[in-house]
Design a protein around this ligand. Structure first.
Ligand code: THU
Length: 160
């Protein structure tokens, strides 16, 4: 038996330590939480993506009485970005969450389905996506979506 260990690299920053462009993207994601429709979970999530052409696109989670019909903030923003600009890479994604009347202290961790969608876009565009996970106590920075899905199923996996 051989054990295989996979490592994820996460850089933890204080918001004030981040460059102005990263702060601006996070601020945009924070604004998006107020457009969320989260009548069931009351967990409001905002996302902001920056494209290679400099455009910023926002999204928020949109829930539904038929629970699985809802969608996370990240995929709302990413799919809109891809629908609007199918050939432009997503270079950065920021995520923030609002719960019990305040932004969460801990960075919000994207769900598995959103990670998979980030990964597909990153592979398709051959451009790393930097991910900012906002919390009031720390901001986690991950330099590539691949880091969030270390043992991943991708397009090439279909042909082996
Ligand atoms: N949610 C997101 O929008 N993004 C995440 O990264 C985690 C979870 C949403 C889905 C659902 O509307 C609510 O948060 C509670 O799970």
């Amino acid at each position: 038996m051989k054990q295989i260990d996979l490592t994820t690299h996460i850089e933890a920053f204080q918001y004030d330590e981040l460059p102005a462009e990263a702060q601006a993207l996070i601020d945009f994601a924070k604004q998006q939480v107020h457009n969320s429709y989260a009548d069931y979970s009351h967990f409001h999530v905002g996302a902001a993506v920056r494209l290679a052409n400099g455009e910023i696109i926002g999204g928020s989670n949109q829930e539904n009485a038929a629970y699985p019909s809802g969608l996370c903030a990240e995929r709302t923003a990413l799919f809109y970005a891809q629908a609007k600009h199918p050939d432009i890479a997503v270079t950065e994604l920021a995520i923030a969450a609002w719960s019990n009347g305040e932004y969460t202290e801990q960075p919000v961790s994207p769900c598995g389905s959103c990670r998979q969608v980030m990964l597909e876009i990153e592979h398709r565009m051959k451009t790393p996506m930097t991910v900012y996970l906002y919390g009031t106590k720390a901001v986690y920075v991950i330099r590539s979506a691949q880091e969030l899905v270390p043992f991943s199923f991708v397009k090439e996996s279909l042909f082996v």
